[in-house]
Write a protein that binds this ligand. Structure first.
Ligand code: CA
Length: 226
C-alpha cells in the first residue's frame, strides 16, 4: 500500500510519514505543490494525503488535474477555520477530509476506510490498438494472438500500460518494477534487455509500433502517431 503525502509543513509530513511507515505503509513525501503535482501525475499511489494550502500549486489545482486522470482516493487536510476550502476540496473530487491538528488514530481509520472501499480505478483489462492485457489472468494478446511473457516482462508491460502515453524513466522502472531503491546498483542494462525482449515480442510482427524509446529519458507505450 503506497501513500503519497503532499504537505509543506515538514514536521507534520514527517511525523505522519513515520507513523504510517510503522504501520506497514510505503510512503512518499512531497513538500511543495509542484513536486506533489509531478509525483501524483507520474506515479501510481493507493491513496494521496493532500494539504490544500501549498506553495506553488494549490491542493485544489492538484486535485482538479488528478481527477481528470484517475480515481485514486484523496484525503485532504485543511485548517480548522477553512470551511470553504473543505467544501471546495470535496467538490473537486476529494474522498474525505481531516481538520488539522488531527489524531493519528483518526487518520489511520480514514485511510483504512478509503482503501477498503474497493478500487474503482483498478482496471482489469487494458487495451492499446490491438494489444490487450488481462490483469487477472496475466494474458497478453496482440491482434488476437497470445504472447507469452516471462513474469518480469509481464510486470514491465503492465506498468507501461498503467502509464500509457506518459514517459516512464529507467529510474521509475528500477524503483517500481524491480523494487531496487539503491541507484548505485547498475540496473539500466537489465532494464534495456527486458525492454528489447518485450519489444521483440509485442511489436516485431506489427507495423504499428507501440513501445517507443525516448532517447536519454525513458520509454513510452503509445500509438506511433499519438
Ligand atoms: Ca500547508
Amino acid at each position: 500500500m503506497h501513500i503519497l503525502i503532499i504537505e509543506d509543513e515538514k514536521k507534520v509530513a514527517e511525523a505522519v510519514s513515520e507513523g504510517l511507515r510503522s504501520e506497514g505503509y510505503q510512503v512518499s513525501l512531497a513538500f511543495t505543490g509542484e513536486e506533489g503535482f509531478f509525483r501524483a501525475m507520474s506515479q501510481t499511489f493507493d491513496l494521496i494525503l493532500l494539504d490544500l494550502m501549498l506553495p506553488g500549486r494549490s491542493g485544489i489545482e492538484i486535485l482538479t488535474a488528478l481527477r481528470e486522470k484517475n480515481n485514486v482516493p484523496v484525503l485532504i487536510l485543511t485548517a480548522k477555520d477553512a470551511i470553504e476550502d473543505r467544501v471546495a476540496g470535496l467538490d473537486c473530487g476529494a474522498d474525505d477530509y481531516l481538520v488539522k491538528p488531527f489524531a493519528f488514530a483518526e487518520l489511520l481509520a480514514r485511510i483504512r476506510a478509503l482503501t477498503r472501499r474497493g478500487r474503482p480505478d483498478q482496471v482489469l483489462r487494458m487495451k492499446l490498438a490491438d494489444l490487450e492485457l488481462d490483469c487477472l489472468t496475466r494474458k497478453v494478446t496482440r491482434a488476437g494472438y497470445e504472447i507469452y511473457l516471462t513474469g518480469k516482462e509481464y510486470e514491465l508491460l503492465e506498468y507501461l500500460f498503467r502509464h500509457q502515453g506518459h514517459i516512464v524513466s529507467r529510474e521509475m522502472l528500477a524503483h517500481d518494477v524491480w523494487h531496487v531503491f539503491d541507484r548505485a546498483t547498475p540496473l539500466d542494462n537489465v532494464i534495456d534487455v527486458h525492454i528489447n525482449r518485450l519489444r521483440a515480442k509485442i511489436d516485431a510482427d506489427s507495423d504499428n509500433k507501440l513501445l517507443h524509446t525516448i532517447r536519454g529519458v525513458g520509454f513510452v507505450l503509445k500509438q506511433a502517431d499519438g
